[in-house]
Design a protein around this ligand. Structure first.
Ligand SMILES: [Zn+2]
Length: 417
């Protein structure tokens, strides 16, 4: 049993966060056992970490393991960014040694950023996806992992045959679905431009019949949208996915920026989830997702880093970008914090297990150092959302196991027991 005396921030609702100062959080292999005020008579054996803030681990709803190394490489817009930087980088993952090393680096960086659950794209090679699963398991990550699919209009060295893309995905699904409480396979057509109608309709049928997860990109950039409409002779981008059966309650669609009212209604009817990636949208000048209209239509919105068009795995940085990206209204700290913890957990059907600090939940936790400057308790969450670099991560825990710990955390650990 780990017992820590510390300070907690706990998301209760989109408009409410609890700040629990000088509390005890205790967990063992079965999950969080208690969260209550510190009691000096009962809790003599607790480790004193009142210099820290304890939070639920962050959840990243959209990120590319296969682009981890090319963060911060400049390109003015999406399609050129893919051709010039992303495709050559992803081709390197044909080499298992490279795929293995980058997978290890990625999960280490994910944990160091305080993220405990990732929804992840890997390169279009089955072995690279398998290696990401092995690394996730070895490191102790909670993750949804998919092999990116490209069977049309793509560079030769990344192209899969339609049959192979479908068969490998189904076999990966069979190998990993339900094989671990922490890991899940997710079908991953990259976007409409890189997938044939035949592949998308086979995927649509399979995910519907098997209640499987699927992720893709939707309506990110105006040039991409116009190419999709031309290629499929379609009335809208969303309708293309609808026609192939790709829109289900287990579909996570990244970006969703240039949508008509009808497209938003369709996404709400199909109960699809949107992964909003504001930093990436700034970087590639893709546009501004209409948070308010999507929300008003009842579409469920979560947050993703979209590394590498997003420059960081720190989800609090992306919370700040989500606030900045909306030019007409302000997303407050409570809503942002809720979105990247309990909200994202709810979108993944995991809110009964993770996303907040409650006895009975699995212990997915992040401990961050409190800044040296004095911050009133009511302003702590706001400071965390807008100045997260002042709150360095010292320990990350997934399903009760420490997956990341700084030297400072280890020094404190040595005095446990
Ligand atoms: Zn993406």
């Amino acid at each position: 049993m780990r017992k820590i005396r510390t300070n907690l921030l706990n998301p209760v609702a989109p408009t409410q966060t609890e700040y629990l100062e000088n509390h005890l959080i205790a967990w063992d292999d079965d999950g969080i056992q208690s969260v209550r005020p510190y009691d000096p008579t009962l809790d003599k054996d607790a480790q004193d970490r009142t210099d820290l803030l304890c939070l639920p681990g962050n959840i990243d709803l959209h990120t590319h393991l296969s682009q981890h190394r090319i963060r911060g490489i400049y390109e003015p817009s999406l399609l050129d960014w893919l051709q010039t930087h992303v495709y050559p980088e992803e081709a390197l993952f044909a080499d298992p040694a490279y795929a293995e090393k980058l997978s290890a680096d990625f999960f280490q960086a994910l944990f160091a950023a305080g993220t405990t659950t990732g929804v992840i794209y890997t390169a279009p090679f089955r072995q690279a996806c398998e290696l990401a699963f092995s690394r996730a398991k070895l490191g102790g990550a909670r993750a949804f992992i998919g092999m990116t699919l490209m069977d049309a209009n793509s560079p030769e060295n990344l192209m899969q045959s339609t049959d192979q893309a479908f068969r490998d995905s189904v076999e990966l699904h069979e190998a990993h679905h339900g094989s671990s409480p922490l890991l899940e396979f997710i079908f991953t057509p990259r976007f409409a431009l890189s997938c044939s109608p035949k592949l998308m309709s086979r995927l649509g049928r399979f995910v519907q019949e098997n209640d499987a997860w699927l992720q893709t990109h939707l309506s990110e950039n105006p040039r991409e949208v116009s190419e999709v409409l031309k290629l499929f002779n379609a009335e809208s981008y969303t309708q293309v996915y609808e026609d192939f059966g790709l829109l289900t309650p287990k579909s996570i669609l990244a970006h969703a920026i240039h949508l008509s009212e009808r497209e938003m209604e369709l996404l709400a009817e199909r109960r699809c989830k949107i992964a909003h990636c504001p930093d990436s949208n700034f970087f590639l000048k893709s546009g501004e997702m209409d948070w308010r209209s999507l929300e008003a239509k009842g579409v469920q919105i979560g947050l993703g880093s979209d590394v590498a068009a997003g420059s960081s795995l720190d989800m609090f940085y992306h919370a700040k970008m989500a606030n900045y990206r909306q030019s007409a209204f302000s997303l407050g700290p409570e809503l942002l914090f809720h979105t990247l913890t309990l909200g994202n957990a709810r979108l993944l059907g995991l809110d009964a297990r993770i996303g907040s600090l409650e006895a009975g939940k699995e212990a997915d936790l992040c401990f961050r150092k409190l800044p040296n400057r004095e911050i009133e308790p009511q302003n702590l969450l706001s400071a965390l959302c807008f100045c997260s670099e002042e709150f360095p991560v010292v320990e990350t825990v997934v399903a009760s196991k420490t997956v990341f710990c700084t030297l400072e955390g280890q020094l404190h650990q040595s005095s446990w027991n």
